[in-house]
Design a binder for this molecule. Structure first.
Ligand SMILES: Nc1c(NC[C@H](O)[C@H](O)[C@H](O)CO)[nH]c(=O)[nH]c1=O
Ligand SMILES: CC(=O)[C@@H](O)COP(=O)(O)O
Length: 161
């Protein structure tokens, strides 16, 4: 289902466990900061709403989405229950977009395979700035909210394994 048909901020709050015992790492790309800050705010506020203590949210910045893989790999070792990778990749004139998106998605997938700490893929890959705006707190909701919900659910799943 396309995002246009499912608002990223809509979810059943009754299905979310209390996250007051969990600790989360959030790694934020500095490229397109107006977008990534919106994603971070969505994720942060959602974690707080579900009981996470501010002191249990660790934030690191990296230069761009390509560096999210390295930052998340290191964040996995910080005694956190889950990691959220936040980035915004916007198509330019060249194929660089394709290489960055492929590297980040494959790299984060690999982190989930190789380490027991889940890493949530909160990376927008948009054709233009408007699409990114719409998905970072605009008309289609906030992917940061969606990512925080996923992080809590994965932390709970890991706890029960
Ligand atoms: N064009 C975008 C980039 N490019 C930078 C790369 O992510 C990387 O930092 C650089 O190639 C050095 O290794 N990054 C984004 O996050 N978003 C873009 O739109
Ligand atoms: C995703 C990118 O790296 C891209 O925005 C860079 O722009 P360009 O392809 O015009 O160099």
């Amino acid at each position: 289902m396309a995002t246009a048909n499912h608002n990223l901020s809509d979810y059943d709050k009754t299905t979310i466990p209390n996250a007051n015992k969990f600790r989360f790492g959030i790694v934020v790309s500095e490229w397109n900061p107006s977008i990534t800050e919106g994603l971070y705010n969505g994720a942060y506020q959602t974690l707080i709403q579900h009981g996470v203590l501010p002191s249990n949210i660790v934030r690191w910045n990296v230069p761009g989405s390509f560096e999210l893989v390295y930052g998340c790999k290191k964040m996995q070792k910080q005694m956190v229950n889950a990691v959220i990778a936040i980035g915004s990749v916007i198509q330019g004139e060249t194929k660089h977009f394709d290489f960055v998106c492929e590297a980040v998605s494959q790299g984060i997938k690999d982190l989930n395979v190789l380490d027991p700490t889940p890493v949530i893929f909160c990376v927008l890959t948009d054709d233009n700035l408007q699409q990114a705006i719409d998905r970072s707190g605009g008309k289609h909701g906030n992917k940061g909210t969606e990512a925080a919900v996923a992080a809590i659910k994965m932390a709970e799943l890991r706890k029960n394994m």
